[in-house]
Design a protein around this ligand. Structure first.
Ligand SMILES: [Fe+2]
Length: 238
């Protein structure tokens, strides 16, 4: 047999073997990600904040005052009532927004591949940014949420330009919920309840200053969110 034929056969065998290895790897990883969503139990799906919910729900059932409850769930509900958003959507989004927060980085990345979530360089390395994306995907896949709720969860850590009312509410509720105690949070809460867009502007600006103070990069979506809302309200917030 001529040499070129031998080489051709060898190359064909090599390609076939590599293709088999690749298909097997993808199948194994897909299975692992699928198993991950299958085995997400309440403790893994619900964050600490949301686990507190059961106690608060008991308080509601008993007719107790829950105004001081320390969950962003109730912050979202209050904001949705004040600003006329769909309260049911706000409740569902608030309940599920951190549903994958307890998963580690390899698990987050596995879910991103499983759900074909495209990531930029920054997102690949920041767990905080990943859980909003995987949380949205799991919320839609496992709980069948609407696109509106999906997007509110997806952007709850970064914000984005031209946010919907629900997206603003979930972003801000997460930021100002009563257990937060960072300097300036009271002023921010007041601003949010006086004017949602001006409150959002302040929250985004504060978030960027805080990240820069830590030497952390700021996601482009957050920068774009701030620029957009500044144009909307016609200026910056002092
Ligand atoms: Fe979160």
């Amino acid at each position: 047999m001529k040499v070129w034929k031998k080489n051709l056969i060898a190359a064909a065998i090599l390609v076939t073997v590599c293709a088999g290895i690749y298909v097997n790897w993808r199948y194994t990883e897909d299975q692992a990600a699928a198993n991950l969503t299958d085995t997400l139990d309440t403790e893994k799906v619900m964050s600490d904040d949301n686990l507190v919910l059961s106690e608060d729900m008991a308080a509601i059932s008993a007719g107790e005052d829950v105004a001081t409850t320390s969950t962003d769930y109730f912050a979202a509900v209050r904001l949705s009532r004040q600003y006329g958003a769909d309260e049911t959507q706000a409740r569902v989004a608030a309940l599920l927004h951190d549903c994958t927060k307890k998963l580690d980085l390899p698990q987050q990345l596995s879910l991103c591949r499983h759900y074909a979530i495209l990531l930029d360089e920054m997102e690949r390395n920041y767990l905080k940014l990943l859980h909003s994306k995987t949380g949205a995907a799991v919320a839609r896949d496992r709980f069948g949420v609407s696109d509106e709720i999906y997007n509110a969860i997806f952007y709850h850590t970064t914000g984005k330009a031209d946010m919907t009312l629900l997206e603003k509410i979930i972003y801000l509720a997460d930021y100002i919920e009563p257990s937060r105690s960072f300097p300036g949070v009271e002023e921010l809460r007041t601003a949010v309840h006086e004017d949602l867009d001006r409150g959002l502007c302040r929250a985004l600006a504060d978030s960027i200053v805080e990240l820069q103070g830590y030497g952390s990069p700021v996601h482009p979506n957050t920068q774009e969110a701030l620029s957009y809302i500044q144009r909307e309200i016609g200026g910056t917030i002092e």
